[in-house]
Ligand binder design. Structure first.
Ligand code: ATP
Length: 199
């Protein structure tokens, strides 16, 4: 699995549609301070489902929508598209190319798409779970995050190791199963109460 290209439009400093292709080898993005290098990484993070506006250096999610400059009017929609080469079937999907799209409108409306079909954020999270590329993974190491790992509590460090080892997915499934079990117990209690009243 490989990130083939990134398309950004109306996201942060990218007023116009901008496409970055990641060819074989190393890709470096260089530019003067404030030219939008970090915004490129944030666009990837956002498309993968980032929900924290603070992590994206904003106060509310709509801050990611291009707010205008001396040469461009503000826009009403931010859109980021990630194209992944899945010809090795690394991601559990029948498609050899996976396109993830996230859109946000000033009205607050938001959309997630997988291969141009609308989906839920949960579907995106599930798609990337344990692939090493999801939002909680370490495929994106931001400024300061190495220091954060060194300074983190042992239980937080354990969760980092679990994510890297692929255990997290099973923990999540166990958590979901426990919630369902609890719900079923509550339903059974209710049924027993009704049976008792009817006797
Ligand atoms: P440095 O090298 O200093 O870390 P950088 O190249 O990483 O800088 P970024 O931090 O990615 O630059 O980009 C900052 C620029 O993005 C600023 O000029 C800021 O005004 C612009 N910017 C951020 N959000 C928006 C927005 N919603 N609309 C328009 N411009 C924005």
């Amino acid at each position: 699995m490989k990130l083939k290209s990134l398309e950004i439009a109306g996201f942060k400093s990218f007023a116009n549609k901008t496409t970055i292709s990641f060819t074989d080898g190393l890709t470096a993005i260089v530019g003067p301070n404030g030219s939008g290098k970090s915004n490129v990484i944030e666009a990837i993070r956002w498309a993968l489902g980032e929900q924290s506006s603070k992590t994206l250096r904003g106060t509310k999610m709509s801050d990611v929508i291009f707010s205008g400059s001396s040469t461009h009017n503000p826009v009403n929609r931010a859109e980021v598209k990630l194209t992944l080469d899945n010809s090795d079937q690394y991601i559990n999907s029948p498609y050899s190319e996976i396109i993830i799209t996230r859109r946000l409108y000033r009205s607050g409306e938001s959309q997630y798409l997988i291969n141009n079909s609308e989906c839920r954020l949960k579907d995106i999270n599930n798609l990337f779970m344990d692939t090493g590329m999801g939002i909680g993974s370490f495929s994106i190491i931001s400024q300061g995050s190495v220091e954060d790992i060194f300074n983190s509590k042992p239980e937080d460090r354990r969760s980092i190791i679990e994510t890297a080892a692929g255990v997290y997915k099973y923990k999540q499934q166990k958590h979901d199963a426990n919630l369902k079990l609890q719900q079923t117990h509550e339903n059974l209690d209710r049924v027993e109460d009704i049976i008792f009243e009817l006797k």
